[in-house]
Write a protein that binds this ligand. Structure first.
Ligand SMILES: Cc1cc2nc3c(=O)[nH]c(=O)nc-3n(C[C@H](O)[C@H](O)[C@H](O)COP(=O)(O)O)c2cc1C
Length: 354
């Protein structure tokens, strides 16, 4: 058992670094086209991308997405991500802390993340399957405390669970447990997908239940079907590998998921636009169509595996690209992107009309 969870975590990292685990489907953000502004009327130097998030001032609307934690390799990666996040003052979402529930010794690996990043928002993380099995929330308190988390994300991963050879597929009590946890917590609860997107219907249910933070994590980037397909194949699990291949492109493209979630959002809803976001222009587009902030996961993994410099240079590039997009659309502040001029083309427009 011990070997299983540690092995699985490192398998995910290695497969994501060494193999192509991208969905064949795109985010559809290419069907959102900003209208170029030849007279932006602002100075590039005056563009301000800072904002408040989870009660803290951050320097850019970029979250380092949930990836890993708990193993030796996970700690090495998270340490570099935490150092970069602290340097640029951007938020960090840790990978699932399930390992901490089963092996409390691994808490040290999570605590050291907060030591490397004392001032930024850090978001704890746990899967819906673990939440469903809980009789009380004492262990949630522990994982929050171990990283002095500013919020906790519960990830929804039904696609992964059906393909994962050891997947847990009883989601019957999921809504009830989310609601109970939301009532119980003193810090914000984020409900997050893992690459298949939140639909309008699911977002609406969560918002009506009082959830304020939604991370859409849509289709177009990392495909967990592809990750689990690769693991199933290596384990000679024929059935699971076939299912993984069949569902490789399952999900709601990120652009559609952000727009759908925004249509049912309240003023107080915070939408994290994620899933396949790969550059600063896509961050600008995701905010223009309804997100408050973006998250990027997989691109940080290989860079952190290599070295800290690569992580830092990637963040610098994202920031420059985001500011360039804002300059070319005449947006001085992040909130100005909401009123920017853009067109939505088919098939995204067709999907939205349905
Ligand atoms: C190796 C790897 C491990 C991941 N582990 C977690 C996790 O533990 N918890 C979680 O909520 N999401 C996890 N994710 C999902 C990402 O946070 C994100 O939602 C998804 O990869 C889509 O974003 P991307 O295309 O930018 O990678 C993981 C992704 C990868 C690539």
């Amino acid at each position: 058992m011990e070997k299983d969870i540690f092995q699985r975590k490192d398998d995910h990292i290695k497969i994501s670094i060494n193999e192509n685990i991208n969905s064949r489907n795109t985010t559809w953000l290419e069907y959102v086209r900003f209208v170029h502004n030849s007279l932006p009327g602002i100075n590039l130097k005056d563009i301000d991308i800072s904002m408040k998030f989870l009660g803290k001032q951050i320097n850019a609307p970029i979250i380092i997405g949930s990836l890993t934690g708990g193993t030796k390799l996970g700690l090495e990666i998270n340490t570099k991500l935490a150092e970069a996040a602290e340097k640029f003052q951007i938020p960090l979402m840790v990978g699932s802390q399930r390992i901490q529930l089963e092996y409390p010794d691994t808490s040290k690996a999570f605590t050291s993340i907060r030591k490397s990043a004392p001032n930024i928002p850090i978001i704890a993380n746990l899967g819906i399957s673990q939440l469903i099995q809980m009789e009380n929330f004492n262990s949630i308190e522990k994982i929050i405390h171990s990283i002095e988390a500013d919020a906790i994300a519960i990830h929804l991963n039904p696609l992964q669970e059906i393909i994962q050879p050891e997947g847990e597929t009883d989601f019957s009590n999921a809504m009830e447990k989310i609601s109970q946890l939301n009532d119980y917590l003193k810090i914000p609860l984020i409900i997050k997908e893992t690459g298949a997107g939140l639909s309008k219907n699911v977002s609406n249910k969560l918002i009506n239940m009082g959830i304020k933070y939604l991370d859409v994590s849509g289709l177009g980037g990392t495909s967990f079907a592809a990750v689990e397909y690769s693991r199933a194949k290596k384990q000679n699990n024929h059935l699971k590998s076939i299912i993984g291949n069949t569902f490789l492109d399952w999900g709601i493209p990120t652009a559609a998921s952000i727009i759908e979630t925004r249509t049912v959002a309240k003023d107080s809803t915070v939408i994290i636009g994620s899933g396949g976001i790969r550059n600063g222009l896509e961050i600008a587009k995701s905010i223009a169509i309804g997100a408050n902030i973006s998250a990027i996961a997989q691109p940080f993994l290989k860079r952190a595996f290599n070295n800290l410099k690569e992580v830092e240079s990637f963040i610098e590039t994202l920031i420059s690209e985001l500011k360039s997009a804002m300059f070319l659309t005449g947006c001085k502040k992040i909130k100005d992107l909401k009123n920017s001029d853009y067109a939505i083309l088919p098939p995204l427009s067709t999907w939205l009309e349905r």
